[in-house]
Design a protein. Structure first.
Length: 117
């Protein structure tokens, strides 16, 4: 089992920045990759970004490329999502997730990000 705890959400004006954190604990040795997902009201949960546990590669949804940066600190077992140039359409609950055994089987509780226009 991998446990995940997010932090860092909040309210920000359009054009502003926020940094989300996700601390992993438990069987972290079993993690293949970590990712961020988000769910806006009335919409399905969507993939935002992912990073391999080794940090060798990253992947982003097109809508955040050039604005968001995913990173991780394996000493602290923590993943980050630096979000710059935020837009109202980035408003959502953001979840971190861990992929083990080819499934996104571990999820955090979510953190709200609200971007005002």
């Amino acid at each position: 089992q991998v446990q995940l705890v997010e932090s860092g959400g909040g309210l920000v004006q359009a054009g502003g920045s926020l940094r989300l954190s996700c601390e992993a604990s438990g069987r972290t040795y079993s993690i293949y990759q970590l990712g961020w997902f988000r769910q806006a009201p009335g919409k399905e949960r969507e993939f935002v970004a992912a990073i391999s546990w080794s940090g060798g590669w990253t992947n982003y949804v097109d809508s955040v490329k050039g604005r968001f940066t995913i990173s991780r600190d394996n000493v602290k077992n923590t993943m980050y999502l630096q979000m710059n140039s935020l837009k109202p359409e980035d408003t959502a609950v953001y979840y971190c997730a861990a992929q083990t055994d080819n499934t996104w089987g571990s999820w955090g509780q979510g953190t709200q990000v609200t971007v005002s226009s």
